[in-house]
Design a protein around this ligand. Structure first.
Ligand SMILES: [Zn+2]
Ligand SMILES: [Zn+2]
Length: 476
């Protein structure tokens, strides 16, 4: 559950209770990262003693917090992995008492896929959903930071796992460490410096209440431009504030109390450069690559969306600095003859690619154990790094990559098969949030051609496009 969603649900619930003059309005709270520690302890205590009846929370409450006995848990949206779904459901009903867990499917591809294919969830074991701490990319960064602090001894594999040696050998080859009885750091820059700007370990922004000068909360630097841009509505403990000023140099956002009828959604523009493939393989009548790319993104504006109805009230442009980071990506090209047939049928190539990109990103968490927020994508009708062919890029949102793109590469056939299923099974005609629309699309979901995306995938995989007729799509 995203922070904003936790705050919005609290706000909506409070409104309804207050309208009915219910005393319960005072007995619900929200809980998330970014609250001050004292605030969090108070909420935990009140929940434990039963003073609070309920809490809307992000996964912040998952982490070893004792909250006593709850009767029910309502999961708003699939948490991203089967393991965390069971874990969150298990927050209710301790000591053998019966409890209720409800999962509400949101209108995005992965939630709707699971709602339509519940066996996918109940038949799967948790194995594939357990976060892999030996992920070589995460381990490599841990090891670099550790070696910088103090040379790593071979015995420390008991801490880092046997995979430590393999990763250290690779780092050695890359000149990042050297071995002289111990593993010494051999890089130039402080290693954490390379990863800090967008990761949670980086310096955070302070959120200052402009009227009182007091510290309201903090936010990750990675999220600052998206959530604390001037004009952004910042929700905290059910109260809404507006960001008056973002002081980028000093990492401070100044907010003022404001009871507004809307919330804000940022728009981001993204481009992919410096493409260098590590390896590639055949994909139906095309090819797929895995490698390194440079992602440059910029928050270019935001939309004001009305509370409850989600209706867009206004779009406001912003000029904020670009942020760039190297990461890993998986990308595939659309064969020229598929593109020709697609255009010949009157489909929109840019819209088809864009729709395919969104649907694939929407369903990827099912294969790569990640959150949709951890992945980004770019589609281009003629990308210079892919022989000017139409191409779809899906990249890891963490600088350097944490293995998400590689997982997508390994399972690309299954991923695209599920992507096709998401689009074909969705009853909408022209695309909706459950299939090809994305809530975080920097282009406000323009252009999108769902039928074209279906044609594209079928053509690539079957080489028998004649079996598919455009007239079919409206009947689905
Ligand atoms: Zn749809
Ligand atoms: Zn988009």
């Amino acid at each position: 559950l995203a922070r904003k969603t936790a705050e919005l649900i609290l706000r909506y619930a409070k409104n309804i209770l207050e309208k009915n003059s219910s005393p319960s309005a005072e007995k619900i709270m929200s809980y998330r990262a970014g609250y001050r520690p004292e605030e969090r302890r108070t909420i935990e205590q009140k929940l434990f003693t039963g003073e609070l009846l309920g809490v809307t929370s992000t996964t912040a409450l998952e982490l070893g917090v004792d909250i006593g006995e709850l009767d029910a848990s309502i999961l708003v949206g699939y948490p991203g992995t089967i393991a965390s779904t069971w874990q969150q459901a298990g927050r209710a009903g301790r000591s053998q008492k019966e409890s209720l867990a409800v999962l509400i499917g949101l209108d995005d591809p992965i939630n709707q896929f699971l709602m339509r294919n519940p066996r996918y969830f109940f038949d799967k074991t948790c194995e594939r959903a357990i976060i892999d701490p030996s992920n070589p990319y995460i381990l490599a960064q841990h090891l670099l930071c550790a070696a910088y602090e103090m040379p790593i001894e071979n015995e420390e594999s008991s801490l880092f796992g046997e995979q430590m040696f393999e990763v250290l050998a690779a780092l050695c080859e890359a000149g990042e460490v050297s071995y002289r009885g111990k593993w010494f750091w051999a890089g130039n820059d402080y290693p954490a410096g390379q990863v800090s700007i967008r990761s949670t370990s980086g310096r955070g922004f302070d959120i200052i209440h402009i009227e009182s000068g007091s510290l309201l909360g903090t936010a990750d630097a990675a999220m600052a431009f998206e959530t604390l841009h001037p004009g952004a509505v910042y929700l905290h403990a059910g109260e809404s504030y507006i960001v008056m000023r973002l002081d980028i140099d000093n990492y401070i956002a100044y907010v003022s109390e404001a009871d507004l009828p809307y919330y804000t959604v940022p728009s981001t523009s993204t481009k992919i450069e410096n493409v260098s493939p590590f390896y590639s393989k055949n994909l139906a009548s095309s090819q797929v690559w895995f490698g390194c790319v440079k992602v440059t993104s910029q928050v270019i504006g935001y939309r004001k969306k009305q509370l409850m109805s989600d209706q867009v009230l206004e779009y406001v442009s912003l000029s904020l600095p670009e942020e760039e980071f190297p990461t890993q990506a998986v990308w595939f090209a659309i064969p020229k003859d598929t593109a020709d047939r697609l255009i010949g049928r009157g489909f929109d190539i840019a819209g088809s690619l864009h729709a395919l990109e969104h649907a694939a990103i929407g369903i990827l968490p099912l294969f790569a154990m990640c959150d949709r927020q951890d992945i980004g994508g770019v589609s281009n009708p003629s990308h210079p790094d892919v022989s000017m062919l139409p191409a779809v890029f899906i990249y890891d949102g963490h600088p350097g990559g944490v293995g998400i793109a590689e997982k997508a590469y390994e399972q690309i056939e299954e991923l695209l098969e599920a992507t096709l299923k998401v689009m074909e099974d969705c009853p909408c005609e022209d695309g909706c949030p459950s299939c090809v629309q994305s809530p975080k699309c920097g282009n406000n979901n323009q252009p999108l051609d769902k039928a074209g995306a279906i044609f594209m995938l079928r053509d690539m995989f079957s080489n028998s496009p004649e079996t598919y007729d455009r007239a079919d799509s409206s009947d689905r």
